[in-house]
Ligand binder design. Sequence first.
Ligand SMILES: NC(=O)c1ccc[n+]([C@@H]2O[C@H](COP(=O)([O-])OP(=O)(O)OC[C@H]3O[C@@H](n4cnc5c(N)ncnc54)[C@H](OP(=O)(O)O)[C@@H]3O)[C@@H](O)[C@H]2O)c1
Length: 278
Amino acid sequence: MPTLLHPVGQRGVALEIESPATTPVLALRGRDRRPDEAWLAKLIGPSSQAASPEKLMPRVKVAGFSVSLDGFAAGTAQSLDHPLGLRGGEIFQWFFPTRTFCQMVGKDGGETGLDDGFAQRAMEGFGAFILGRNMFGPVRGEWPDDQWKGWWGENPPYHAPTFVLTHYPRPPIEMLGGTTFHFVSDGIENALRRAREAAGAKDIKIGGGADTVRQYVKAGHVDEIHLAIAPVALGQGESLYSGLDLCALGYRTVEHVPTSRATHIVLAKRGMKTQDEE
Ligand SMILES: NC(=O)c1ccc[n+]([C@@H]2O[C@H](COP(=O)([O-])OP(=O)(O)OC[C@H]3O[C@@H](n4cnc5c(N)ncnc54)[C@H](OP(=O)(O)O)[C@@H]3O)[C@@H](O)[C@H]2O)c1
């Protein structure tokens, strides 16, 4: 779902991504400054993802969350053929060419660089994920059976306990590669409590979609938000910002990195140290 994660559809085709990032909060200081290799290594490096002894508190993050310039995180009319809704793939054009995405879908190659650095941060180092039921799949209402197991095939890209918010309980599903989907029907606080327990010292990613991200941000649980703002308007879809006052909630911009495909913005709560400040 950038969130994250990349659904590989039922038909074996890479359909999209979604979402999740970690922490190194670095900024390009000075308009013309180009990132050097050390900067990129710090941005991309695995040390930024792994839980380290110095790290005091696991963080709750939204990462690699793609949004159109008019604030939509998915198109309308989600379906089996359109996991991101109609035109939703247009907001992930920064992600699809990356090496991180290619690896996720079992392809060689892919681009490295700034977009890939953010993609990597959005995918690695998380000890648990929380998703909304619509990100998990297109099935609505009562589960008709136990057939639907997510967009991603037998080995989803989470590799950690993944908590799916839904009003329709169902037993956990253990997938290959360390992902177990747990369905949570007793509220966002309980889902987060269980995710924290499961994640231990690692960070937790709120994978999406928009409804789920909004609830956790509004409730004050999200420490850091990485948005990849695509240079495209969708006009309609799932709105990320609806009812959200990011200023009142205490967020400040701590990174702002434009690339040719997106503008990456990282927001952190005021008073919270960024990783490079620790
Ligand atoms: N732009 C990105 O980076 C990104 C990332 C991830 C996903 N997406 C896309 O976003 C779209 C989905 O977003 P969305 O906003 O429609 O939905 P969502 O957040 O994925 O899921 C919402 C659904 O989850 C269940 N739910 C949410 N909160 C709950 C709660 N507190 N208690 C119980 N159940 C709860 C409800 O389903 P029930 O009542 O039916 O159980 C609700 O309708 C998809 O197209 C997905 O591919 C985009």
